[in-house]
Design a protein around this ligand. Structure first.
Ligand SMILES: NC(=O)c1ccc[n+]([C@@H]2O[C@H](COP(=O)([O-])OP(=O)(O)OC[C@H]3O[C@@H](n4cnc5c(N)ncnc54)[C@H](OP(=O)(O)O)[C@@H]3O)[C@@H](O)[C@H]2O)c1
Length: 326
C-alpha cells in the first residue's frame, strides 16, 4: 500500500475530508531566511504531504502559495489534492473586514479558495492593518467581538465559494457552544485547532468535540520550538521524554514520530512544523507502525495539563480562552 497523507484523512461534518498530517508553516520571521518556507513546502509535497497550515500573520503565505502553485504547474499535484488552512487574524473580526482579510490571503497565495479557514483566536483586537495594536503605554488595544457576527460573515464567504470548510482555533467549550447554539446557524465549525500533544492531551475538549463532530487539529504537536519569547519553558522538553524514548526504541522511531503517531491514532490531526529536509521526511514516516492500546494509555498518562502556548499577554482580554477548565 502506498502510504501517503492523502489516504490518511478523516471526514469533516460538512462532507469534506482533512488529512491527518499537515505541515505547520510558522517560522520566526526574524530568524528564518527568505525562501525557507517556499523550499520546505515544495519538498514536503514531493515527500507526500498534502495539508499545509498557514496564516496571514506568519508573513510567509506568499512563499507557501508559490510552492503550491509551482507543484500544481509541474504536474506533481492537482489543486484538489492540496488542503490549505488559512486563518482570520484578531484585527479582522468585524463582519465587514472578514471577506477583505480572506481575499488578502487568497491574493497572497494566488489561489481561488482555501480548503479550511479558521478564526485564529477568539480575542479581537482594534480593527485594522496594525496586527498587534498597542497604546502609548505598550498595552494591547482590544476590541469587543460578537463572535457570532464574525461567524456569519465567514458563512457568507463559504457560500461565495472562497472557503470549502469553516473552523475555529483556540476556542474553549463556551465559545464553541456560542457558535453551535447561534440562532440560524448555517455552517457548523468542522474543526478546532488547539495545542495538543502528550504533555497536553486535552481529554475533556477532545470528548466534547467528538460529541459535536468537531475534529481537533493539534498545534505544537512536538512541544513547540521552545522559543523563550512566546513559549512557556516551565514545561519540560517533550521530545526528551523517557517514555516516548523507550517506545520509540521498540519501533526504531524518534520521540517526535511517537508523539505524532499517538495523536493521529486517536483521530487528532497533527501539523508539525519543520523547515529541515531531514525532519520533514522523518515526520511523514508515522503511518508504517502503530502503538498498542497499552502504549496509547502510557502516553495518555504523560499529560501534565500545562500549556506551552499560554498567550498570557492577552489573559486580560474578555474572550481569553484559557481561564476556563476547557
Ligand atoms: N492556531 C494557533 O494559535 C497556533 C499556535 C501555534 C502553532 N500553530 C501551528 O502549528 C504549527 C506547529 O506548531 P509549532 O511550530 O509551535 O511547534 P511544533 O510543530 O510542535 O515544533 C516545531 C519545532 O520542532 C522542531 N522539529 C520538527 N520536527 C522535528 C523532529 N522530527 N525532531 C526534532 N525536532 C523537530 C522544529 O525545528 P526544524 O524546523 O528545525 O525542524 C521546530 O523547532 C505551527 O507551525 C503553526 O502552523 C498554530
Amino acid at each position: 500500500m502506498n502510504l501517503t497523507a492523502e489516504n490518511h484523512s478523516v471526514p469533516l461534518s460538512d462532507g469534506n475530508r482533512i488529512p491527518l498530517l499537515g505541515l505547520g508553516t510558522y517560522g520566526d520571521p526574524r530568524t528564518t531566511p527568505k525562501g525557507t518556507a517556499y523550499e520546505s513546502v515544495k519538498l514536503a509535497i514531493d515527500v507526500g504531504y498534502r495539508h499545509f497550515d498557514g496564516a496571514l500573520v506568519y508573513f510567509n503565505e506568499h512563499e507557501v502559495g508559490q510552492a503550491i502553485r509551482e507543484k500544481i504547474a509541474d504536474g506533481t499535484v492537482k489543486r484538489e489534492d492540496i488542503f490549505y488552512c488559512g486563518k482570520l487574524w484578531n484585527t479582522f473580526h468585524p463582519p465587514e473586514l472578514v471577506r477583505p482579510a480572506l481575499e488578502r490571503t487568497l491574493k497572497t497565495l494566488q489561489l481561488d479558495y482555501v480548503d479550511l479557514y479558521i478564526i485564529e483566536l477568539p480575542t479581537a483586537f482594534k480593527p485594522g492593518d496594525t496586527f498587534y495594536p498597542k497604546d502609548e503605554d505598550g498595552k494591547y488595544i482590544y476590541h469587543h467581538t460578537d463572535l457570532c457576527a464574525t461567524w456569519e460573515a465567514l458563512e457568507a464567504c463559504k457560500d461565495a465559494g472562497l472557503i470549502k470548510s469553516l473552523g475555529v482555533s483556540n476556542f474553549n467549550r463556551r465559545q464553541l457552544e456560542l457558535i453551535l447554539n447561534k440562532p440560524g446557524l448555517k455552517h457548523r465549525p468542522v474543526s478546532n485547532q488547539v495545542e495538543c500533544h502528550p504533555y497536553f492531551t486535552q481529554p475533556k475538549l477532545l470528548e466534547y468535540c467528538r460529541q459535536n463532530q468537531i475534529v481537533i487539529v493539534g498545534y505544537s504537536p512536538l512541544g513547540t520550538s521552545r522559543d523563550a519569547s512566546w513559549v512557556n519553558l516551565k514545561c519540560p522538553p517533550l521530545l526528551e521524554d523517557e517514555v516516548l524514548l523507550s517506545i520509540g526504541r521498540k519501533y526504531r522511531k524518534s520521540t517526535a514520530q511517537v508523539a505524532l503517531r499517538f495523536n493521529v491514532q486517536r483521530g487528532v490531526v497533527v501539523i508539525p512544523k519543520s523547515f529541515s529536509p531531514q525532519r520533514i521526511h522523518q515526520n511523514f514516516q508515522i503511518f508504517d507502525f502503530s502503538l498498542t492500546e497499552d502504549e496509547m494509555k502510557q502516553i495518555e498518562g504523560l499529560n501534565k495539563n500545562i500549556r506551552f502556548v499560554e498567550l498570557l499577554m492577552w489573559s486580560d482580554h474578555p474572550e481569553y480562552p484559557f481561564h476556563d477548565e476547557y
